[in-house]
Design a protein around this ligand. Structure first.
Ligand SMILES: NC(=O)c1ccc[n+]([C@@H]2O[C@H](COP(=O)([O-])OP(=O)(O)OC[C@H]3O[C@@H](n4cnc5c(N)ncnc54)[C@H](O)[C@@H]3O)[C@@H](O)[C@H]2O)c1
Length: 247
């Protein structure tokens, strides 16, 4: 099976990223995985997978990898922005400007830089699809995550703004908001004190109306839909995969 599609996935070495890459590879797409942690991508073994170590904060690296992908494959059909960093729950008075800037830079500026490149190449191809990962916390905040939530709110607003801008170019842009998900990141949302006591998954699980943590495969299913032609008339949308946490 070969969809003939070339899709760039950021955060490909992370919990959700690996599941998304596996799903899209299984459907027959070629995947270029970007992550600053190259080691984390080394167990993805597939002739249609290319891993690239990229720090999304480095504009030149981002520009180069999109250019190289387009030169090699002649097309970029999709971009799935999964890379991100958490915030350990902290009262605003204890958040430094440096911490705020770092979270905004990775989560929001990283999305801006990759989308900018993707749109450039998708216009050449005449169509494209972008999925940016936000967070249910934008709709349903937890205390102490103000910087993280601001960064994900920016992702949502930016995606909607970009969706209207690039609709005439047949490029779709959607946001996927996960709820508490069973990955390494989950424990990183707890305060430093809570983290010392170890991750209590039950607390997160109990906050989900459907009573379970979101699994990386749940995210992969939703991404698969959003990059497929089955969602051809869906753009500027926010899809919650959160077990009802946002309600
Ligand atoms: N896990 C959750 O409960 C949860 C809930 C809501 C939203 N999210 C969001 O889902 C996405 C994926 O999260 P995950 O749970 O798979 O986390 P993860 O920590 O397993 O994966 C994140 C990946 O992003 C990469 N990354 C971080 N900064 C980078 C940078 N500057 N350049 C390149 N790569 C970078 C990391 O190396 C890592 O592989 C994130 O955007 C996260 O904010 C997660």
């Amino acid at each position: 099976m070969d969809t003939g599609k070339v899709i760039i996935v950021t955060g490909a070495g992370g919990g959700m990223g690996k599941a998304v890459v596996a799903k899209l590879l299984g459907e027959g797409s070629t995947i270029v995985g970007l992550d600053m942690n190259k080691e984390a991508m080394k167990d993805i073994k597939d002739s249609k997978f290319v891993s690239q170590q990229v720090n999304l904060l480095d504009e030149e690296q981002v520009r180069d990898v999109f250019k190289a992908t387009f030169s090699k494959f002649g097309r970029i059909d999709g971009l799935v922005n999964i890379a991100g960093i958490a915030q350990s729950a902290t009262s605003i008075g204890d958040v430094s400007l440096e911490q705020w800037n770092r979270i905004l830079s990775v989560n929001a500026t990283g999305v801006f830089l990759t989308c900018k490149e993707a749109v450039h190449y998708m216009k050449k191809g005449g169509s494209g699809v972008i999925v940016n990962v936000g967070s249910v916390s934008v709709a349903r905040p937890r205390p102490g995550l103000q910087s993280y939530i601001a960064s994900k709110g920016a992702v949502e607003a930016f995606s909607r703004a970009l969706a209207i801008e690039v609709s005439p170019d047949k490029i779709r842009v959607n946001v996927l908001h996960p709820g508490p998900a069973d990955t390494n990141m989950l424990g990183q949302f707890s305060s430093v004190k809570q983290q010392e006591g170890g991750l209590n998954k039950e607390v997160f699980k109990n906050s989900v109306p459907l009573g379970e943590l979101i699994q990386p495969d749940d995210i992969a299913e939703a991404v698969s839909y959003l990059v497929s032609d089955g969602s051809r008339m869906v753009t500027g949308a926010s899809l919650h995969v959160d077990g009802g946490r946002g309600l």
